[in-house]
Design a protein around this ligand. Structure first.
Ligand code: BMA
Length: 370
């Protein structure tokens, strides 16, 4: 903890026009200048509003896949989301496409294109269970994380996975060959118990070690310096619950949570509002205390049953807080009910458009210097 505190107070103070501006620094002391600039920009943008994020936005959407220029968000609103989420599951196997059937080369291209138009990209990684060879959701054992840590039987094998992950990040380059800075929201929803790194699958100490080992390996061994690290729990009950598995301020740049509206009753809606706001409050307060950037890592309502979901449920809550972005989950191309933002013609289209039109919500063009 002591180390964490020492690092977190390494901030830069710039004096300009008699006014001093505190600039937070990423945890990676060797972060590329572009990564440092991205971190500063995120704080600056937070003063302007909350960026809209959408998972896999340009890759596919409801009923379509791989159409050039396609985006369910752009079709409805005329603009891309400011933040795009991308998924790296199966990068660990050295195969050409992800668990969601997306070619990693296409992801790289879209990150490059989004960067070129001033957008920001964030990554999740639903890595398979290395002990069983099954999916990320195979969480029957409580020994996987232990086996991956230093001294564990799968440590070397896992480092091979991290090499492939690191190589992907090192291949994110703009047209001039410069590394593109991105966010890595790793080992997410760990306070839940549905991934092999979850709360019933690993002790708090094991989870923290996994986080630190991954970040240390990527930075110090692989030389990956174009990442900001985002910590994103699932629904938590309190600050102490949120921080129980927190690896420390020296290892995290961005703090967030993931939580979805599930079930279609008014009780479900009310419960979601309460839980969602409590978690927004927890991350906002902790961000203010630690100098980190608060976000909503993932949210949404599958199929958007509530046609006022955006303006009546989400907006009234997020508009009371400072948040970097709010990311809505993917619109699957191959599962007709699995979508979290409306597509053209959906009953929630107008509600979403109204949400996006609020000055507080920032789209791609809103975050680019005019
Ligand atoms: C989940 C679902 C899955 C998907 C996974 C990784 O929440 O959307 O269909 O494979 O995320 O993107």
């Amino acid at each position: 903890m002591k180390n964490a505190l020492t690092t977190s107070i390494i901030i830069f103070v710039f004096a300009s026009c008699g006014e001093s501006v505190v600039k937070r620094m990423p945890i990676d002391s060797e972060a590329t200048p572009e990564t440092v600039a991205l971190y500063h920009r995120l704080f600056d943008l937070m003063e302007k509003g909350i960026m809209l994020g959408h998972q896999d936005d340009p890759l596919y959407g409801h009923g379509w896949y791989g159409i050039e220029g396609g985006s369910d968000v752009k079709t409805i609103t005329g603009d891309y989301p400011a933040v795009m989420g991308f998924e790296l599951g199966h990068i660990e196997h050295d195969v050409p496409y992800s668990l969601d059937s997306v070619y990693f080369e296409q992801i790289k291209r879209h990150v490059r294109e989004h960067y070129a138009r001033g957008g920001i990209s964030t990554f999740s990684w639903h890595a398979d269970n290395i002990a069983t060879g099954n999916s990320t959701w195979d969480c029957k054992q409580d020994t996987v994380v232990r086996a991956i840590l230093l001294g564990g039987s799968l440590h070397q094998d896992y480092l091979a996975w991290l090499n492939r992950l690191g190589d992907f990040f090192l291949d994110l380059r703009d047209d001039n060959g410069q590394l593109i800075p991105v966010i890595f929201r790793m080992y997410h929803e760990h306070t839940g118990d549905w991934f092999w790194w979850g709360s019933k699958q690993a002790t708090p100490e094991e989870y923290k070690q996994l986080w630190m080992m991954t970040s240390d390996y990527l930075r110090k061994v692989k030389g990956v310096h174009n990442l900001l690290y985002a910590y994103s729990s699932s629904n938590t009950q309190s600050k102490s619950h949120y921080l129980e598995r927190y690896p420390g301020d020296a290892y995290v740049d961005i703090v967030g949570f993931d939580h979805y509206l599930k079930g279609r009753t008014s009780e479900n809606v009310e419960q979601y509002k309460v839980d969602f706001e409590r978690n927004v409050q927890i991350v906002s307060e902790y961000a203010a205390q630690s100098g980190k950037l608060p976000i909503v890592g993932e949210t949404g309502e599958e199929s958007i049953w509530d046609t006022k979901y955006f303006t009546d449920i989400v907006y009234p809550i997020i508009s009371k807080y400072e948040l970097g972005w709010i990311l809505f989950w993917r619109n699957a191309w191959d599962k007709p009910d699995h979508y979290y933002l409306p597509y053209s013609g959906h009953p929630s289209e107008l509600d979403f458009k109204k949400f996006v039109d609020a000055p507080l919500i920032l789209m791609n063009h809103d975050i680019v210097e005019q």
